[in-house]
Write a protein that binds this ligand. Structure first.
Ligand code: ATP
Ligand code: MG
Length: 435
């Protein structure tokens, strides 16, 4: 045997039965997004490196140390695996003038890549579901997005997710606040850790975000951006709060919430949980009115969020909100290989009628005996066995045997049904909840 090749560290395979949870979640989210009028957009996983350097900002964690950047061996282009979705969506919007006939609401789902230290809730390939509303300037758009996320928690039955809210104001206000922050931290330089010293002049706002317990008191006393807001920014923030209040959506204003990315203006928010340990942010977003122009488009406002699918699934699992794995309606037992020409068409007809049918088939060891096949049927969770025995086939019939005490369908004891009329009796095998 050859040596094994394993997956790249921090990048996971998602196989059954877990993959069923992913499909279930994606379908639920999609249905909700449709109701809010968000439409799917799919952008490439590889983009020019410059897109993220410009779109996210040079002094962000992602650009400084987390990006999978590489040179295309064939033409020397500088490329990167996308670390997040917003920059690509905005690039596509600018490139194809997608706002030419008015504002747009988009959603995406897919893998993102960051070279981080893998741990629970933090991977190198992870998945985001994200929404972006472009061309909408008012606080009602911010609140629409937040409401959408809140509805999702409610619909999925997740508990213990709280909304944290802040505003980053506008660039001039941030500049004034930045000066005040630098002055404050300079006065307390001896209390800064290495990371903070490095960020002092490049990205002092991020110091507020520190997880170092020794710096908490210092950071608590730092000048607040909320106190540097002009009237327009204040009004935007107050309106966001009022519209959340109007819907009974609870939130906590957190003046230290700054978000990792540089392009945010006004509203920023995170949905956090205490149920997942250190990686407690499930969904995060905000308004990024400067980004479209930054990427070469005609200035247009934008607001969005992205949620971490792995973290949301971990939360659903911890709170026992994941559905049971799917089971087939029926398992086809095939005692003799001569039966295949009759089995395959009959199963095809049952599936066309909407049934989930699993067919027994030969392994490398050959065709299993009846007993072993029944064992497989039972293990599959199927509610019925379809037995294609020689006696039945001779009469143009198949035997239908309930495998569960309460199969939920119309058939409760072993019966025979005509092979050629599968479409007519298929519904008898459907459980009432599915039909
Ligand atoms: P964190 O502070 O946890 O590093 P972030 O600010 O880098 O998060 P965003 O860029 O806002 O995260 O991404 C949005 C969401 O994507 C996060 O709230 C989280 O749920 C998820 N996420 C981010 N990075 C990872 C990762 N490496 N592995 C798994 N999920 C992630
Ligand atoms: Mg991060």
């Amino acid at each position: 045997m050859s040596e094994r090749i394993t997956a790249v560290k921090g990048m996971n395979d998602i196989a059954p039965p877990q993959s069923a949870h992913w499909e279930w979640l994606e379908a639920r989210v999609r249905a909700l997004l449709q109701r809010y009028g968000y439409r799917n957009i799919r952008t490439p996983i590889v983009e020019p490196l410059a897109l993220f350097v410009r779109g996210l900002g040079e002094v962000t964690d992602i650009v400084e140390k987390e990006m999978y950047a590489f040179e295309d061996r064939l033409n020397g282009e500088q490329l990167a695996l996308r670390p997040e979705g917003t920059a690509g969506v905005v690039r596509a919007v600018v490139e194809h003038a997608l706002l030419y006939d008015g504002p747009k609401r988009f959603y995406y789902m897919g893998p993102m890549f960051r070279h981080e230290r893998p741990q629970r809730g933090r991977y190198r390939q992870f998945h985001q579901i994200g929404v972006e509303a472009l061309g909408l300037a008012g606080p009602e758009a911010d609140v629409e997005l937040i409401t959408l996320a809140a509805d999702l928690w409610q619909e999925l039955g997740v508990q213990d997710v709280t909304l944290e809210l802040n505003t980053l104001g506008q660039p001039a206000e941030r500049a004034a606040h930045r000066q005040a922050l630098i002055a404050y931290f300079e006065q307390h330089r001896d209390q800064l850790d290495e990371d903070a010293r490095r960020r002092l002049y490049t990205n002092p706002l991020r110091i507020l975000d520190t997880k170092n317990p020794a710096m908490q008191a210092l950071v608590e006393g730092a000048p607040r951006l909320l106190d540097h807001l002009g009237a327009a920014s204040r009004a935007h923030f107050d309106a966001v709060c009022a519209l959340l209040d109007a819907q009974g959506i609870a939130y906590r204003v957190n003046p230290r919430l700054v978000r990792g990315l540089d392009y945010y203006h006004h509203t920023v928010f995170e949905f956090v949980t205490t149920s997942l340990g250190a990686q407690g942010t499930v969904c995060a977003g905000g308004r990024y009115d400067g980004l479209v122009a930054e990427l070469g488009g005609k200035p247009a406002p934008g607001v969005g969020w992205a949620m971490g699918v792995e973290r949301l699934l971990a939360l659903l699992e911890a709170q026992q909100r994941l559905p049971a794995p799917p089971v087939p309606d029926a398992y086809a037992i095939v005692p003799d290989e001569a039966a295949w020409p009759r089995v395959l068409p009959a199963l095809r007809a049952l599936r066309a009628a909407g049934l989930q049918v699993l067919m027994h088939a030969r392994t490398a060891d050959g065709l299993a005996g009846m007993k072993a096949q029944f064992k497989k049927a039972d293990a599959s969770g199927a509610r019925y066995a379809l037995i294609f025995g020689a006696d039945e086939l001779a009469q143009g019939m198949v035997a239908v045997k309930p495998l569960r005490a309460e199969p939920g369908g119309a058939i409760t004891e072993q019966v025979r049904r005509p092979l050629d009329e599968a479409a007519q009796w298929a519904s008898e095998l459907l459980s009432p909840s599915i039909s």
